[in-house]
Every structure is written in C-alpha cells, then in structure tokens.
Ligand binder design. Structure first.
Ligand code: ARG
Length: 473
C-alpha cells in the first residue's frame, strides 16, 4: 500500500501504478532526495519539532539507504511511485517511528521541487565545466593553426580569405555565450523551495533559511505556491542546452562539409568516423551528423516542457512529473556532444595547403582590388563597378584575377599599377584586415588574448561554485 493510502479503500491497479510512476527517471536524483531529507530532519530537530535522537536515527538510516543505492543493492518495490516514496518507505521499514516523523511539515510537492533544483544545479555545473573545456580545445586549435588561411564564405560562396583561427574563434564566442546562459540557468535553479509544503507553507516553525544554508541554496523561495509549481529553471536549462546544441550543430555541418571530397579541408581521425557496410572506400563523419541530428531532440525537450507548462493552474499538478525526463535528456545529450566535439577537433588533420589554394579561388580578392582603386581616389561605388566588370571579363576568358596581366588591369582602369599583384595574395588580404574583431593576424592575436582572459574568468566561476560546496554531484 502507498504511504498515502489512508483514505482509500482500494489500491490502484498495476497498470495505473506503472502509468503514474516516475521512479525510473527519479533514480537520477536519489542523492539529492536523501540530502534534502537529511537537511529537513536536521532542521526539524533544531526547531524542536522532532527529537535529536529521532534525527540521528533518520540520518543514519538515510545514509545507509544512500549507500545501498550507490552499490546497486537497494531493493525498489514495485509499488514505489517515485524516489521519495521509495526512500521514505524503506526508512520506515528500517527504523520505524523515527522514520515516520521525517515527513512532518513537508509535502512531496516541495520535496520534489527541492530535489529537481539540486539536480539541475549539478547538471548545470557539469555542463559549464564541459563548455569550458570545449572552449579550451577550440583556443588550442586556433593557436595551433594560427596563420592558416581559408576562404571565408557568405551564402556558402567564396567571399574573402580569412584565418582559419578566426573562423574557429567565432565558435569560441558562441560557446562563451552558452556558458553565460548555463550560468544564468544555474542561478535560476539556486533557490530553495523546501518548507513550502503542499502549496501554502506549514504550521510548524520551520526555519527555511537554515535548510537553505544546509543545502547550499542561495536563498529561500519567497512564495510557496510559486515554489512548488515553478519549473522555469528547467526551461532555462533546456534553452541553454538547445542554443548550445544549435551552435554545435552549425560547427558539425561545417565539419561535414570540410571533410567532403569537394572541400577536402580536413580529415577526421579514424576514431571519429565510420565506414560503410557496402562501399569500402567510405569514411563518414557520423558523429558530426549525429550531433546535428540530436539537436532536434534537445529542442524538442525544450518545446515539450514549454507545452506541458503552458496551461497549468497554480499550484502543484501531476503534469509537473513530466518535467524531469527532458531536462535530463538535454543534459546527457549536450554533455556527450561537447565531449565528442572536443575529440573531433583535437584529432582531425587540417589540410592547410588545400585551404590556402581555395582561399585564392573564386575572386576572393575582388573587394581588395576595389579597395585598391578607392584608396587611390576612385569613389568606392565606381571601383566596385570596375572590378565587377573585371570579374565578368575573367569569367568569359576563364581566368582568375591573379591570371590577369597588368595590361588587362589597366584596360579596366588606368589607376592600376604593378603593385596590384600584391593585393591578390590571400594571406596578405587576410593580414590587412586590421580592424578590431577582424581577421587580420594582429587582430586575431588580440582576440586570442581576450579568449584567454574570458576562459580564466569562467574558470573562476566554476571554481567559485565548487568551492562554495553547494552542489551535490
Ligand atoms: N512523483 C511526483 C513528481 O515527480 C512527486 C510529487 C507528487 N505530489 C503529488 N501531490 N502527487 O512530481
């Protein structure tokens, strides 16, 4: 019989028992559940609601249960609806009446809200740490390949030569924004709902500030009804995960393109590619594709919870039980996708010769040729037109700008001199983009310094959370 069965004459059917249970998902947060219960009992004893000796029995009993679950020895009962019932039921079996006092002044509604918040904090800290190491891998690659020139694209057409490091660092900044989003979600989760009871608070003299301190939360929630029904922090988590997956997916798409025969910019290491069961020559970028595909799942997790939440009246509704699975899925998926991306980048082979060759093709110097004229007094719009015509001429004669003779240049405009040749070198073109945030070598060096500073700052954020000790990992 369930712990709430007093007012019932019949027990639920086996089917509804199974349909209504959340135990399988809840098993992810047994540590948080037990920590929450110990904090609650410790506070009850301090407030004189239960005796010190009851608290001691409760604590020893709960720690023993945690130990059993850790070791896989805990026997879950088929009738356990959720982790809260499973642990409390076992505690009562083990220690008797002291165990029956644990739930004084508490409801599963504030209990589950507390557990999920603690679990969300732990997941978010893990993701922040992983995001940090992914960004370290990216900066390491940006340093390693410093000076490698590739074509930059717009509309997936050759646009202007850029440094490969610059391209990689674009992702560094995307993931830096993701780190902030994860941290924001962490702060949203860092609020203690324990003591809100079912929805209205309780008549016992609970010290919510004390459990806040014991559980390492930042502050207690100010409204008990909001506290038991709020899952915004999980939406924040899922949003942060979705954004980060979307960024990974974009990078994966580039990895897929770069490793095609057409591009040939990189070769993935054998450990990050798979073969075909029929075509012996194939080396497929499966893991990049899979990450791209899994992005849909994570966005689905976000949308799913959004829809679950949208019509819920205050306060607790059983619909809320659905909130955990998607958040845990988003967490698992993003963590693994980041680990996979780190491995891909760390082990790929970069074909800098191919990148450089491509960087010079497709009229990528055209803007610089127009700028050449503009800097010699030709209005930019006019210069643009002249070079546009030159490109047309090249296309008709099957030439690149670099194949043109000075004669041909001068036919287009007498302003061209023999120094125009220097304007056509992709490396020089990239180097010349000296604007802050541009692809010039010095600008990218400066960007790398800023990236290092940002990493140091974010490492302090992760360390600060760990040092505070409020996360049950
Ligand atoms: N298993 C439930 C959940 O995950 C715990 C809270 C149940 N509360 C209730 N009033 N039925 O949300």
């Amino acid at each position: 019989m369930a712990l709430w069965s007093g007012r019932f004459e019949q027990s639920v059917s086996e089917f509804t028992q199974r349909f209504g249970a959340s135990l399988e998902v809840d098993k992810n947060m047994y540590r948080q559940d037990i920590a929450g219960s110990i904090a609650h009992a410790r506070m009850l004893a301090r407030q004189g609601v239960i005796s010190q000796s009851d608290f001691e029995h409760i604590e020893v009993g709960l720690l023993e249960i945690a130990h059993q679950i850790d070791q896989g020895r805990f026997k879950y009962d088929i009738n356990d609806e959720d982790i809260h019932m499973a642990v409390e039921g076992e505690l009562i079996d083990d220690i008797g009446s002291a165990g029956q006092r644990l739930h004084t002044g508490r409801s599963r509604n504030d209990q589950v809200a507390t557990d999920i918040r603690l679990h969300a904090k732990s997941m978010l800290l893990t993701l922040m740490a992983e995001n940090y190491s992914l960004r370290k891998v990216i900066t390491r690659a940006a340093r390693k390949y410093f000076g490698v020139v590739m074509p930059g694209y717009t509309h997936l057409q050759h646009a202007q030569p850029v440094l490969f490091s610059h391209h990689l660092l674009a992702y560094f900044w995307m993931f830096t924004r993701d780190f902030k989003r994860l941290h924001d979600a962490y702060q949203a989760a860092d609020v203690n709902p324990l003591g809100s009871a079912a929805l209205a608070g309780t008549t016992y003299p609970l010290d919510r500030f004390y459990t806040t301190e014991l559980l390492g939360f930042d502050h207690p929630s100010p409204n008990s009804m909001d506290a038991v029904s709020d899952r915004d922090y999980l939406l924040d988590l899922e949003y942060a995960c979705s954004m980060s997956m979307m960024h990974l997916s974009r990078l994966c798409e580039e990895i897929v393109l770069w490793s095609t025969t057409e591009f040939g910019f990189i070769t993935l290491s054998d450990s990050y590619a798979t073969g075909s069961s029929i075509m012996p020559q194939k080396k497929n970028p499966d893991f990049a594709e899979l990450t791209r595909g899994k992005t849909g799942r994570v966005v689905g997790d976000l949308v799913g919870l959004m829809v679950t939440m949208k019509s819920l009246p205050l306060a607790y509704n059983k619909d809320l039980q659905e909130c955990k699975e998607g958040a845990i899925d988003a967490f698992d998926t993003l963590r693994d996708a980041m680990i996979c991306m780190e491995g891909m980048i760390d082990t790929w082979t970069v074909h800098d010769d191919v990148m450089l060759k491509e960087a010079g093709l497709g009229f990528t110097a055209a803007t610089d040729v127009a700028d050449y004229l503009a800097k010699r007094g030709v209005p930019f719009r006019k210069a643009h037109e002249i070079v546009g015509e030159l490109v047309l001429y090249c296309e008709k004669h099957n030439k690149g700008l670099e194949d043109l003779t000075l004669e041909e240049f001068r036919q287009a405009s007498p302003m061209f001199r023999d120094d125009i040749v220097g304007e056509l070198d992709p490396e020089a073109i990239a180097r010349a983009r000296t604007t802050y945030g541009g692809t010039g070598h010095d600008a990218v060096r400066q960007q790398l310094r800023e990236a290092s500073r940002t990493l140091k700052r974010d490492r302090r954020v992760v360390k600060g959370i760990r040092d505070k000790g409020g996360v049950i990992e």
